[in-house]
Design a protein around this ligand. Structure first.
Ligand code: SF4
Ligand code: SF4
Length: 243
């Protein structure tokens, strides 16, 4: 991380290092950052957003998510749809603010803090923080003292980080880092289990998937979406890397 060249407006910051920042409806740039952005979604983001909108995960994906596959990457990426209103606004922004505030994505909670989590040889995750200062953001003029850890806690980010780190065990798996390419079937499993959680549960209930014995013997544990997402990560470890 120390060797990584950061853009000029991005600086490394320690987890307990103070900076001044506050974002609230009184700032004159309110909701500016909800436009002209590329908002990548993690599986936990989609879980929280589909709960917040009350939609089946499949409907949520069809209505609000764009899936992209880069030729040189093993896994597809997922982005929140933007509206074609000349400002490329987020589909969930209104003049009053975010309409899915309680379920807003981790990136929206984290800004202006960025976090990188790197898997270590002993399987622990080491985290690094950066501060992103964009000129249009006037939250830095507010005199409220923050630190990356305090801000993450206040924004409800800790659970997002925990679940995202579990997913990172797949994304940063040693076989993936070694150049492993997934079959189309494996990519379908990845999308189903991590991003389309309600359909994943339905297919497990119908006993349609391989390696699902653990689900059938503990199915009462997996009525909770977060527990099912944790099961999905373990299940993908088996169907992607142990076959
Ligand atoms: S989800 Fe909410 S906070 Fe995030 S960009 Fe959209 S409107 Fe803004
Ligand atoms: S630009 Fe900065 S201060 Fe303004 S709404 Fe976005 S995060 Fe808040």
């Amino acid at each position: 991380m120390d060797q990584v060249q950061l853009p000029k407006n991005v600086t490394r910051i320690q987890e307990d290092e103070e900076f001044s920042f506050s974002c609230h409806p009184g700032v004159d740039c309110f909701t500016d950052c909800c436009r002209q952005l590329e908002l990548a979604l993690t599986p936990y983001d989609v879980l929280r957003l589909k709960q917040e909108t009350g939609l089946h995960s499949n409907t949520f994906l069809e209505r609000y998510v764009i899936q992209e596959q880069e030729a040189d990457e093993a896994f597809p990426r997922f982005y929140l749809t933007m509206v074609d209103d000349g400002r490329a606004s987020c589909v969930f922004v209104s003049d009053q603010g975010c309409t899915v505030y309680q379920g807003r994505p981790g990136a929206c909670r984290a800004y202006p803090i960025g976090r990188a989590a790197i898997r270590q040889d002993d399987n622990s995750m080491q985290q690094f923080f950066v501060l992103v200062k964009e000129t249009h953001c006037h939250g830095f003029l507010e005199k409220e003292a923050q630190t990356p850890i305090k801000y993450s806690q206040d924004q409800g980010l800790i659970r997002y980080n925990e679940l995202n780190d579990r997913v990172a065990s797949l994304l940063q798996h040693e076989k993936i880092r070694g150049g492993m390419q997934l079959t189309d079937r494996q990519k379908q499993f990845f999308v189903l289990a991590l991003y389309n959680l309600d359909s994943f549960r339905e297919q497990l209930e119908a006993n349609e998937l391989p390696n699902q014995e653990q689900y059938l013997s503990h199915k009462e544990s997996y009525t909770d979406d977060e527990q099912l997402l944790l099961f999905a990560v373990e299940w993908l470890q088996r169907v992607l890397f142990q076959q």
